[in-house]
Ligand binder design. Sequence first.
Ligand SMILES: *Cc1c(COP(=O)(O)O)cnc(C)c1O
Length: 394
Amino acid sequence: MPASSSNDPADAPSGFGTRAVHAGQQPDPSTGAVMTPIYQSSTYAQAAPGEHQGYEYSRVSNPTRTALEGNLASLEGAKHGIAFSSGVAGIDAIVKSLRPGDHIVATDDLYGGTYRLLEEVFEPLNIHTSFVDMSDLDAVDDALTDATQLLWVETPTNPLMRVVDIEALSELGHAYDVTVAVDNTFATPYLQQPLAHGADLVLHSATKYLGGHSDLILGAVCTNSDEWAEKLRFQIKSTGAAPGPMDCFLTLRGTKTLHLRMEQHCDSARRLAQMLNAHEKVGLVRYPGLPSHPGHALAQKQMSDYGGMISFELADDDMDQALAILDAVEIFTLAESLGGVESLIEHPASMTHASIPAEERRKIGLTDSLIRLSVGVETFDDLRDDLDRALLQV
Ligand SMILES: *Cc1c(COP(=O)(O)O)cnc(C)c1O
């Protein structure tokens, strides 16, 4: 079993479902176990000093992790997959590869934890971030400086579901020698493969759709760059941001059904978005699959479907009404996070995006009544009826 998860995409079987089930894995050479075992071991016997089978110490590498990394790399069409203890640990490792004085341009509508990391951890270390609306390429161009080293892209964005052009941003970034990273957590590689659109790094919170069952925390970065892969592995070795073998095993179990789950997430989300769009109690519905969505054409170009995330405002932009709806739903669970088999509902302004100052939230259009849904794989009619009932109650 190789200690490296390096992949040659050209060797991979072509179908996504086949890769989801098999890539990175083979029956265990010592026992024939079809499923990759959970190698719950910190260290590995050496025949003589330095003479080993590719593994020395599990902070550096572990066979269960290697299998997962090969699987994730294959799904993103990447040469390298690198697994982290969380999505945020992956972002942290990327940014830590920069140097004091370096500059980042990031989307202004992004995961709250990324915002906190950039503003409260890296800003004091003199790594400065400018936040801009990345659907406006001129604004991105204006924000780039001689010190810019990284473009941080999310699409669709969270929670406003804006769609930004990965190809155009990659071209712009590369014209200035800037690394382009895309957080692909919302879309997953089943719907969108950023490296194929020119990005250098893809970040995942595998906690969400890749794991798919809300039972683990794990992150990953996929890249074709040998240099970045080496830098990121060095970070894991040096800072200890490694995932445990149990979580690697669970993620590997999750990715096997990613393509099946995503079909259902997309189908139910599209139908729910249409229902909400026609609902008297609902204002703006933000779902890239709706033809009225400003990013619909772009989403059609760079995604194969529109995902399972929806956000919407109420006809009366009223925070109390929004909170009443969260209270009235029965199948949707009030919780942060997303991407699991169960449907979740949340209020970004007071939950996931509370770490973004109110003034900043208002500036980007994150209103007080905005509700975010992660549409699960329950029976569609039950989800529709649950939301409809809750909306009519307020
Ligand atoms: C959850 C999330 C993260 C952070 O991942 P963790 O696994 O929770 O550390 C980053 N980006 C997006 C878009 C997320 O939804």
